[in-house]
Design a binder for this molecule. Sequence first.
Ligand SMILES: Nc1nc2c(ncn2[C@@H]2O[C@H](COP(=O)(O)OP(=O)(O)OP(=O)(O)O)[C@@H](O)[C@H]2O)c(=O)[nH]1
Ligand SMILES: [Mg+2]
Length: 198
Amino acid sequence: MSSEQISHMFKLVALGDGAVGKTSCIRRFTEDSFSEDYIMTIGTTFALKNQEIRLPDGSDVSARIVLWDLAGQPTYNELRRRYMAGASMAIIVFDVTRPQTFLDIGEWYTKFVTVCPNAVVAVVANKIDRPDRLVPAEAGAMIQNWLDVLYFESSAKTGENVNHLFNQLITRAIQRHKSMGPLATLPEGESMPSFRTP
Ligand SMILES: Nc1nc2c(ncn2[C@@H]2O[C@H](COP(=O)(O)OP(=O)(O)OP(=O)(O)O)[C@@H](O)[C@H]2O)c(=O)[nH]1
Ligand SMILES: [Mg+2]
């Protein structure tokens, strides 16, 4: 196995309706913690995570991910569009106990790929720990066939599949970045965010 140390920096945005668990998935991934309380995200918050990734060819890569956590409430539509710019990947999250959040996936997808056509997208069926699940796994499989996306089922509460989904997404983003060559950087005029406390 070769151990090639390349540093990659990627922007990831979390999309999906309000209260589906975007902040919870990010927090589970970055801090390995979970809270039952719902605190609506206002505007945008950022998190940072350094992740070691083993690529399918056996090489090890270190990636730095800036996770942009965008408010799901519709009030922030225009802001959200601007913040999507320059993202290499997106998670589009829905809540398996609320079918409307599943029906809205297509709209989120269209909004995102219009701004970032080359990014890697994962649709995430969250809250699978809940006994009152209404959206079946088959619905997710359909989405995967219709759209050019990865599909995962997760629980930010138990942690099930959360690391796996982010690792898969980052792996795909690195592969896509490599295949697009050295010019595949942020669009002109775009820069990484400066960090501030939310
Ligand atoms: N049972 C269960 N509850 C979850 C899970 N993920 C999130 N929740 C709960 O769902 C609620 C909303 O979670 P958030 O992560 O704040 O949702 P959000 O998508 O960031 O919401 P906005 O910031 O308003 O867009 C909180 O009460 C969480 O505790 C999960 O996997 N299982
Ligand atoms: Mg949130």
